[in-house]
Ligand binder design. Structure first.
Ligand SMILES: [Zn+2]
Length: 414
């Protein structure tokens, strides 16, 4: 069963705990060492770089089979510096990072598996972590624990546990990151295991299962961001979407994205521009920007945002540019956002007043259809204006100087 199918099945069972997601997680698999850097040399002559690449490749194949999107920092015997590996990882915009290594030490007896990760509770002064990796600590640790547990179970190695570490690839990135030490090349029994293709396959399977048990943070690029809580609340309301598992919080918002968001919040189709008596100006691309017919040169009929642009035009929220364009992909400015947001609030307010008028239409001579009905009932609900009697308002009658004094006085007393 691939990952997406599995998530659908899970979501039907645990829809709250495990919501359906329509994208594949992206993993960077890093085979440690390579090229002139052989890594550790086994007591049997095995080179760590070769063991790492083989297990990493097997891991990649298994992850792809399970529906993950995988990027490998190397697929052959070549050298990349640690900084280059982290840079490659950042460019991939992945969800998490897994580096594969084999261990070595001066004691030939030492054996077992361990997983390294950066832990902000154990900072190392001479090896400061990136700000993001400090915040990623709980996620890296969670990933490390899942991988350690299933690697030990699959490979039958001794459980040496998690190791808070300042190794470069674990502390300098921007996503949950771990470094797996599969077994010891300095131990003759484990060096023999690492030379065995079946053992390497089991190790890769174990690591893969640990990865599958790990749920990366939602919108991984907002972890630690000042707006993260607001972004997650908007996501939970279904008002904003990510690009895969990323929100790209610092990217400029386009006009099409902004209108789509406003439509989700205010439901343009339920707003009636006739309800607004306020003379709010619309956002124009230029002073005389309207093309008049609702079609724009750069907004083809099959554009994903065509409906929202047409609805926005109907509400007089914005108009096109003089050259006949509407520029859906142009960044929207903070000023434009303020004007459109305010206009929508006024429309919503006017709509609420109109609904109130219909509900409270108690004057027999002020039906809800009367041009002044909304205003009369809005003022009455605020006790600013009264009827002549309980059932009569006489909207066409001249107001006296006494009546206006009493009315303004009621407003001023508020
Ligand atoms: Zn190594």
């Amino acid at each position: 069963m691939n990952l997406l199918k599995k998530l659908v099945v899970l979501s039907s069972l645990f829809s709250v705990a495990f919501p359906y997601q329509a994208f594949a997680y992206k993993v960077v698999v890093d085979a440690g060492h390579g090229g002139y850097d052989s890594g550790a040399i086994g007591v049997n002559g095995l080179q760590e770089k070769d063991v790492n690449l083989d297990i990493a490749t097997k891991l990649k194949d298994e992850l792809v089979r399970r529906g993950y999107d995988v990027f490998m920092t190397r697929t052959d015997d070549r050298f990349w510096s640690l900084a280059e590996r982290v840079q490659m990882t950042n460019e991939q915009k992945a969800d998490f990072f897994v580096s594969i290594h084999a261990n070595s030490t001066s004691s030939s007896k030492m054996n077992g598996s361990m997983v390294l990760y950066y832990d902000n509770a154990y900072p190392q002064e001479d090896y400061p972590a990136s700000d993001t990796m400090k915040i990623m600590t709980p996620y890296s640790k969670d990933l490390a624990q899942h991988v350690q547990d299933s690697l030990v179970a699959a490979a039958g190695t001794a459980d040496l546990g998690l190791v808070p570490s300042a190794v470069y690839v674990a502390r300098m990135g921007t996503i949950p990151s771990i470094l797996v030490e599969t077994a010891f090349l300095s131990n003759s029994s484990e060096a023999a295991k690492l030379a065995d293709d079946a053992v390497r396959t089991n190790m890769a399977l174990g690591i893969e299962r640990g990865i599958e048990a790990f749920v990366p943070p939602v919108f991984v690029d907002t972890v630690g961001h000042w707006a993260r809580e607001a972004i997650l609340r908007m996501k939970n309301k279904g008002w904003i979407e990510g690009i895969g598992n990323r929100y790209e919080p610092e990217r400029a918002l386009t006009r099409a994205e902004f209108l789509t968001l406003m439509d989700r919040v205010f439901t343009f189709s339920k707003l009636n521009p006739a309800n607004s008596s306020s003379a709010a100006s619309s956002v124009t691309g230029s002073v005389y920007g309207s093309t008049g017919n609702g079609s724009y040169k750069d907004l083809p009929a099959n554009h994903w945002a065509i409906k929202v642009f047409n609805d926005a035009k109907g509400l007089n929220l914005l108009q096109g540019y003089e050259d006949g364009t509407i520029r859906p992909n142009q960044p929207v400015t903070r000023g434009e956002v303020a004007v459109i947001f305010d206009r929508l609030l006024r429309l919503k307010q006017a709509q609420a007043e109109a609904a109130l008028a219909v509900k409270n239409a108690s004057f027999s001579d002020v039906p809800a259809t009367l041009w002044s009905a909304n205003a009369i009932y809005a003022l009455k609900s605020q006790d600013i204006i009264n009827g002549i009697t309980d059932t009569e308002f006489k909207p066409g009658q001249s107001i006296t100087r006494a009546e206006i004094a009493a009315m303004v006085d009621r407003y001023a007393a508020k």
